[in-house]
Write a protein that binds this ligand. Structure first.
Ligand code: RIB
Ligand code: CA
Length: 307
């Protein structure tokens, strides 16, 4: 059993990553922390609570709010992908008094470092949003962050095109100064970039043949959150839905799903065309990067955990 913390900006694929994590007996999700990203922080935090109320975990995680804006630059969002609420077209009502979480007294970075102090070298931090909370932890309690066993990050575009600009991926582009601090921290980390997450995606035929027949709360949530129209056999506003964040969780559940290489990477933090670009070269930090993925075996794992 691996002890994990998930730092996220709940959007649709973050929500799917939480479902995969909480439905995997190999993981004990001790905490879920929110950061500004796909939608503003308040909405992220409300979405964390909504997904937990869907999951109704036996062991309630501790939840904490994190940064509402990046260390440098303005807060950006991705409503066009995740919808106004951040959960696509899924509607989840929070019931008064029903709390499937324990509320932390402090900010996200403090919850992360305190759990790392309590369980030295045993906690894996899965970061699937911008890295602002991690950078704040490094600034305020580097010793605590260094007690983390590993950080697994969904982010970056290494040898492929970005998804915000041609050079940069959303999580890194949202706060490249934070990403640079995390990369340079020396904490053991694995980067799960678009190079592999663009190879794991939902298609209409997968929805019809493998998701819809499950017919439970989670398959229904997945169809609504992704805006899947079963009559038209298509997703409302796109051809496919990438499983970026679920793959980062998948890598922690089963590291054999990916093939990693150690690359020397730095982050472009100068304003301009290359803002948030990951640069491979002699400068920079040694980062373990997933460049190959067994996409079919991951999709099998993901769909199986909807049950
Ligand atoms: O680029 C994909 C990443 O940006 C995912 O984490 C998605 O949720 C968005 O945060
Ligand atoms: Ca995310």
């Amino acid at each position: 059993m691996k002890i994990v913390i998930i730092d996220c900006d709940v959007g649709v694929d973050d929500a799917l990553a939480l479902i995969l994590a909480f439905h995997s007996s190999a993981l004990e999700v001790k905490a879920v922390t929110g950061v500004n990203g796909n939608v503003p922080l308040d909405r992220v935090f409300e979405n964390i609570q909504k997904v937990l109320s869907l999951l109704q975990p036996t062991n309630k995680p501790i939840i904490a709010r994190g940064a509402s804006s990046p260390l440098k630059g303005k807060a950006i969002h991705a409503h066009s992908v995740h919808g106004r609420t951040g959960l696509g077209e899924a509607k989840i009502e929070l019931k008064d008094g029903e709390e499937w979480w324990t509320l932390s007294g402090g900010p996200a970075w403090e919850l992360i470092t305190s759990i790392a102090h309590q369980h030295p070298q045993q906690v894996t931090l899965i970061a699937v949003g911008p890295l602002t909370n991690l950078a704040l932890g490094i600034q305020k309690d580097l010793d605590g962050m260094k007690h983390l066993k590993e950080i697994v990050i969904m982010g970056g575009a290494v040898r492929t095109r970005g998804n915000v600009t041609p050079h940069a991926e959303f999580n890194i582009y949202s706060d490249p100064v934070a990403a640079k601090m995390v990369f340079e921290s020396g904490i053991p980390m694995t980067l799960v970039p678009l190079d592999v997450t663009h190879r794991v995606f939902l298609t209409p035929s997968l929805m019809e043949e493998r998701v819809k027949p499950i017919g439970n709360t989670f398959s229904k949530f997945l169809m609504e959150a992704t805006g899947y129209d079963t009559k038209a056999r298509r997703f409302r506003n796109r051809e496919t839905v990438f499983l970026h964040d679920p793959l980062a969780v998948g890598v922690v559940i089963d590291p054999t799903l990916v093939k990693n290489e150690t690359l020397c990477l730095t982050v472009e933090t100068d304003e301009g065309e290359h803002w948030g670009k990951l640069i491979e070269g002699k400068e920079g930090s040694q980062i373990n990067v997933s460049l190959g993925v067994d996409a079919e075996r991951f999709l099998e794992l993901f769909v199986s955990r909807l049950r």
